[in-house]
Design a protein around this ligand. Structure first.
Ligand SMILES: O=C(CSC(=O)[C@H](Cc1ccccc1)CC(F)(F)F)c1ccccc1
Ligand SMILES: [Zn+2]
Length: 159
């Protein structure tokens, strides 16, 4: 499906606080098409996540799709999870330092401190409310993507 352009560091869209998806938008063709275009764009750029502001849509939608990779060889293989209006309800006290990269900050990698596990409340594309716990690399991706919804880039958090 559609591959979208990805905003790069320095573009204002990446620094905005994204708007919540309105109830009327759930189950809409618009939201479905946005999610599938985000997934296609993420896969094309071989990412493990992506946030709507990165494709110039300032709305609170993220995709999380962990897979084993060079840096995290034992990362779980996950089907892409679409999270609408995600909120982190709990952060573990335990944190881990781990390498991150970003499709909006090419050619840069860095060590970021993140909570080892988190409890997230989010809506599915159909508006169903989900509450899930994530650990390790998937938890890291969720925190990285929710940062994008709040105008934060991983380079702002380099240790
Ligand atoms: O697949 C990537 C490319 S960067 C990436 O997939 C970002 C997600 C991400 C990678 C690594 C840690 C946390 C989040 C995607 C972004 F920028 F749209 F959010 C990768 C980079 C470093 C470590 C492991 C994997
Ligand atoms: Zn990023």
């Amino acid at each position: 499906s559609v591959i979208l352009p990805v905003a790069q560091r320095g573009e204002d869209i990446l620094r905005l606080k994204a708007a919540r998806v309105a109830d009327a938008e759930f189950n809409s063709d618009w939201l479905m098409q946005l999610a599938s275009a985000m997934i296609a764009t993420m896969l094309e750029r071989s990412g493990v996540g992506i946030a709507a502001p990165q494709v110039y849509i300032s709305k609170r939608v993220i995709i999380v799709a962990s897979r084993p990779n060079l840096r995290y060889p034992d990362a779980p293989e996950m089907d892409a999870v679409v999270m609408v209006n995600p909120e982190i309800l709990e952060f573990s006290q335990a944190t881990t330092l781990g390498e991150e990269g970003c499709l909006s900050v090419p050619n840069e990698r860095g060590q970021v401190q993140r909570a080892q596990s988190i409890k997230v409340l989010y809506h599915t594309l159909t508006g169903e409310v989900m509450e899930s716990t994530f650990e390790g690399f998937p938890a890291r991706i969720v925190q990285h993507e929710i940062d994008h919804l709040n105008g934060i880039l991983f380079v702002d958090r380099l240790s």
